[in-house]
Design a protein around this ligand. Structure first.
Ligand code: ATP
Ligand code: MG
Length: 623
């Protein structure tokens, strides 16, 4: 994708089918890398060309039906009913495909309202039959398209007539609103990724790291892009799988030789060989020795001596959030040789999107660095007596241990009188249940009663506030389905939703379940990556650096949370991580906003290597 947003060309897998009048396929041509381009001739007729080693076709865009239902998976079909040709596009970067289809649809619609050159003039023309690329989609094009869509003018009717031979789907308006827009700093990361560099981007909680990852995933070819995260819940948020499931070396505790044997099993071997872009979210929880082993395995299995066997690494996370589960002194993956060998282009996102109150953002940034002043401590303490409950929705308790959270949910559900209803997930295939337990946020069995505190786990209607993380309470059951009253004011009869999960070997397994989870309590570890509506926490039992920061930064505002028995000692940052971030800052020869600290320890970031790849000022606080 280039920065001028010229979406008139697409590279993807193309299958062309020529049909006879009865719809029987006469000939098929398939190409793995076809260049599909939107062009026009001197009479302004639109065509699609498909160019590859195997074929070179030019198809007139007339009587075309567009099936775009699976565009988000990189697939679409164009049916040229006048020419009796079908063009199947697959394995396209989803964002590019969506934008290509939009450009196609807008240009087609606009061309219908343009004056036509009479056929006689065309036949008599002495000009050659050359074509040229269409101009990139301009705001003028889009405005003209929107006008023609809203006013029921002739062009729209004619387009409908042209498309009426096709299915209902083709008549749907193509929505011109794309996914949420990237900010400038996020766009810079996307550009670096598209240039092929290994990229590490970091930033405090809520700076849109996972949001940006979703854009990156949609911009890369699906068949060679492996989207992973260090934990199942983080993987769910980006629609990927766990890094462990991808790598196929278990917990990585075995020797390199044994890990290699494990990774050579057919499924893992195939993953490693076909992967060109490896994405890892919540990198802070990936253990150094595990990362080191992955690098070695990738090189061996791909028989290529470049770091990670030439795979492009795109990693993100915040090392000042949860650390890896490890007792090792050098537990963070940035301490490994493998990390150094990747020569990451490093970016530091600074704009916080989760919270809008600048005072709260600056308190969170100080919590992140483990250095709160008295005023900040006081502000957090003052939240203890706040009433944040509303409309029957109680605050979600964030617990330091998973067991504690489970106990709170079970006992509160038990206490409710009234009939309980249990919803069993439908897993396809049923043998994938364990993977689906790990990689979807929904449980295989969900028990609810009237009065149960719940959280929504899907974006059902963003405009109504029915988004992932929205808090509510079960008000009643209607025809067996729970009706939930949400804090945002909406009442919603919850329907089962589907969670497709890509397996590392390219297949898809799925779970259908109600998008709800009991929400009296969550563990802090399970809440990582989430944005929560109404939270309460007691942080006395925190046992990891960054744990209190993760808990506090889930809240959207100071007014929507309550901290019980807060004490500045509950907040601390890992010194190695602070040093790592400080190292990046000084390497970049930029202003470092952290107070200098003297740390006597063996690890020192390899400054020269980081300097080379450094791209952004690593500010560690926000003014
Ligand atoms: N460019 C953007 N435009 C609109 N909303 C955004 C943008 N970037 C992020 N957001 C929103 O901000 C919120 C936080 O984003 P996200 O969860 O990606 O942050 P994060 O950096 O991954 O946080 P964490 O470190 O806690 O995992 C989300 O609701 C997300 O949709
Ligand atoms: Mg995230």
């Amino acid at each position: 994708m280039n920065s001028t947003h010229d979406y008139s060309t697409l590279t993807c897998c193309c299958t062309l089918e020529w049909l006879d009048r009865n719809g029987t396929v006469k000939r098929t041509v398939r190409t793995k890398t076809g260049i599909v381009t939107l062009v026009r001739n001197e009479f302004r007729d639109l065509f699609i060309t498909v160019a590859s080693k195997e074929t070179n076709q030019k198809l007139l865009l007339k009587g075309v039906v567009i099936h775009k239902k699976f565009a988000s998976e990189g697939k679409a079909t164009l049916k040229f009913s006048d020419l009796l040709v079908n063009l199947f596009l697959s394995n396209a970067p989803p964002t590019q495909l969506t934008m290509f289809l939009k450009a196609l649809f807008v240009k087609m619609t606009n061309s219908l309202s343009s004056p036509k050159v009479p056929i006689r003039d065309k036949l008599l023309s002495v000009r050659d039959q050359s074509v040229q690329d269409v101009s990139p989609l301009s705001s003028k094009d889009v405005q003209r398209f929107k006008n023609s869509q809203s006013s029921q003018d002739d062009s729209k009717k004619r387009l409908r007539e042209e498309e009426s031979k096709g299915s209902q789907g083709s008549q749907k308006k193509i929505c011109l609103q794309s996914l949420g827009k990237l900010t400038k700093e996020q766009q810079e990361v996307l550009d670096a990724v598209m240039s092929g560099a290994n990229v590490f981007f970091t930033g405090s909680a809520g700076t849109g790291k996972s949001f940006l990852l979703q854009h990156l995933i949609n911009s890369l070819r699906p068949d060679v892009t492996c989207a992973t995260a260090s934990t199942g819940s983080a993987a769910c948020l980006i629609g990927g799988t766990t890094l462990h499931a991808f790598a196929g070396i278990g917990d990585g505790e075995a020797t390199v030789e044994r890990c290699l044997q494990l990774a050579k099993r057919p499924v893992s071997l195939q993953n490693w060989r076909k992967c060109k872009h490896l994405i890892i979210d919540e990198i802070s929880m990936v253990e150094s020795s595990y990362f080191q082993k992955l690098e070695r395995i990738a090189r061996e299995l791909r028989s290529f001596e470049k770091p990670f066997g030439g795979i492009q690494l795109i990693v993100c996370g915040d090392f000042l959030q949860l650390p890896p589960v490890s007792k090792s002194k050098n537990k963070f993956c940035f301490m490994s040789e493998a990390w150094q060998s990747c020569h990451f282009s490093t970016f530091y996102l600074q704009e916080v999107h989760r919270q809008s109150d600048s005072n709260f953002v600056s308190i969170l940034n100080s919590v992140r660095l483990g250095s709160l002043n008295d005023e900040m401590v006081e502000t957090l303490r003052n939240t203890e007596t706040q009433m944040i409950e509303n409309k029957g929705v109680l605050a979600t308790r964030l617990c330091c241990h998973t067991k504690e959270a489970k106990m709170i949910n079970d006992s509160n559900l038990e206490k409710l009188s009234g009939e309980s209803k249990t919803y069993e997930a439908v897993d396809e295939p049923s043998s994938a249940s364990r993977t689906l337990d790990d990689c979807t946020p929904v449980e295989s069995k969900l028990t609810l009663k009237i009065g149960a505190q719940v959280m929504l786990l899907k974006n059902v209607s963003v405009s109504q506030g029915l988004v992932n993380g929205a808090r509510g309470v079960v008000a009643r059951f209607e025809k067996g389905a729970p009706v939930v009253e949400f804090l945002c004011g909406a009442s919603y009869t919850v329907k089962a939703e589907k969670w497709p999960v890509k397996t590392p070997n390219g297949g898809v397994v799925s779970r259908r379940q109600l998008p709800l989870r009991l929400a009296w309590a969550f563990s802090i570890h399970k809440s990582q990556g989430l944005t929560l509506d109404c939270v309460e926490m007691a942080l006395e039992k925190t046992f990891e650096a960054g744990q209190a920061y993760v808990a506090l930064s889930r809240a959207k505002s100071l007014e929507s949370m309550r901290v019980i028995n807060f004490n500045a000692k509950q907040v601390w940052a890992d010194q190695d991580v602070l040093e790592f971030y400080r190292g990046i800052a000084s390497d970049a020869n930029r202003r470092d906003l952290m107070a200098p600290r003297k740390i006597g320890k063996s690890f020192a970031p390899q400054k020269k290597k980081v300097t080379k790849s450094f791209k952004h000022i690593p500010l560690v606080s926000i003014s």
